[in-house]
Design a protein around this ligand. Structure first.
Ligand code: ADP
Ligand code: MG
Length: 345
């Protein structure tokens, strides 16, 4: 089993339409596929289309193959993955990589520059030290030694990754270790969506570990209704707000699913690359809507690092659609960007 994340889901979204087996009075003919990948589960709903004779078994095989391939390229839970091999490569050595791995690295760098380094795929060793990475299951859930944090922080930094656009090769100029867990699930969603589009489907939902991409209509015959979860560890599956979406991806990042507590303080799996410590602010969850799922996934993590004020500022400046739930004494207060407004009903 190849794992990207150690738990079922990180922060998440809920899909709100009623599952109607096959076709009912109100439901369009559709089928669902489910399975596991990247240490979590996937769920896919596809509306039938006239003229397309789908062999669901073949479709599922193609999807599983695609996801296995992505794992083989990007997993840090798999020693022989392309990424793990690069992580063992020497400083300065150019390594030729697959188009998929190269693409996701380009997007990761874009997100790093956009967010002033809040997104940084070299924080893997720190994620591990805090007990949230591949070695996490063997790690105690306690605050690590400050000296160890500082040492790993000095060894990190996305600026040490160089990409050669002419021949898909990469190298590091410092002994950094790359971890794509914050963006790979979204990338998997995009690849599955591409496969469905290629097979001729126009209406579907693809979800991997809470990352979603929606196309066309839901079985209700209307755009997809997605619920943003109440960011409360004890309120599993309770909805805070519903949004109506189509032709986009949606991702949520938060501190309420994957964390530990020590001396009354919460330490979550999102690491601030400037301090080496988990993010520490009033943002309980942030939901991002964007075209690509990889981008939404990565951006949600990055903006979660920035915190509510800086995230909103960047969102307004760049026209990003974000919805945040900020902790207050009364509960959670919603704050959202101009670009998110059209999705609220
Ligand atoms: P969430 O939905 O809460 O953002 P994800 O699974 O998408 O959860 O991303 C969290 C994972 O991203 C962590 O487990 C860690 O491996 C990685 N990560 C943590 N902090 C950062 C960061 N600042 N930049 C990039 N990746 C990070
Ligand atoms: Mg993410």
């Amino acid at each position: 089993m190849n794992l990207f994340i150690q738990y079922q889901r990180a922060a998440s979204l809920l899909f709100l339409f009623v599952f109607i087996a096959g076709c009912g009075d109100s439901g369009k003919e559709h089928f669902t596929l489910a399975g596991s990948t990247m240490g979590t589960t996937y769920h896919i709903t596809v509306l039938e289309r006239e003229g397309i004779k789908s062999n669901q078994q073949e479709l599922q095989q193609a999807i599983d193959q695609q996801l296995l391939l992505i794992n083989q390229q990007m997993s840090t839970y798999q020693d022989d993955s392309e990424l793990s091999k690069f992580n063992r490569a020497l400083v300065g050595e150019w390594v030729n990589v697959s188009a998929n791995l190269f693409d996701i690295l380009v997007m990761s760098m874009e997100l790093s520059w956009l967010t002033g380094g809040a997104f940084d795929i070299t924080v893997g060793p720190l994620v591990n030290l805090w007990g949230f990475g591949p070695d996490g299951l063997d790690m105690p859930s306690t605050v690590p030694d400050a000296g160890n944090i500082k040492a790993l922080l000095e060894q990190s930094g996305f600026q040490a990754i160089e990409l050669a656009l002419d021949d898909n090769s990469i190298r590091k100029t410092k002994p950094v270790i790359l971890d794509l867990s914050a963006i790979a699930k979204g990338y998997g969603v995009d690849k599955v969506a591409e496969l469905l589009l290629y097979a001729g489907y126009t209406d579907f939902m693809v979800e991997i570990g809470g990352e979603l991409r929606l196309a066309g209509n839901s079985p209700r015959g209307t755009p997809w209704r997605i619920a943003i979860e109440q960011p409360d560890a004890n309120a599993f599956g309770q909805s805070n707000k519903a949004v109506q979406v189509s032709g986009v991806s949606i991702a949520t990042s938060g501190d309420y699913r994957n964390y530990f507590e020590q001396d009354g303080k919460r330490y979550s799996h999102t690491i601030d690359p400037t301090t080496g410590y988990p993010t520490d602010h009033s943002l309980a969850s942030i939901t991002v809507i964007a075209d690509s799922s990889a981008y939404a996934d990565g951006l949600a993590t990055a903006l979660n690092v920035l915190g509510p004020e800086k995230a909103l500022q960047l969102a307004e400046q760049q026209g990003l659609a974000i919805y945040m739930l900020v902790k207050t004494e009364q509960g959670f207060a919603a704050q959202y960007s101009e670009a998110f407004k059209p999705y609220l009903q």
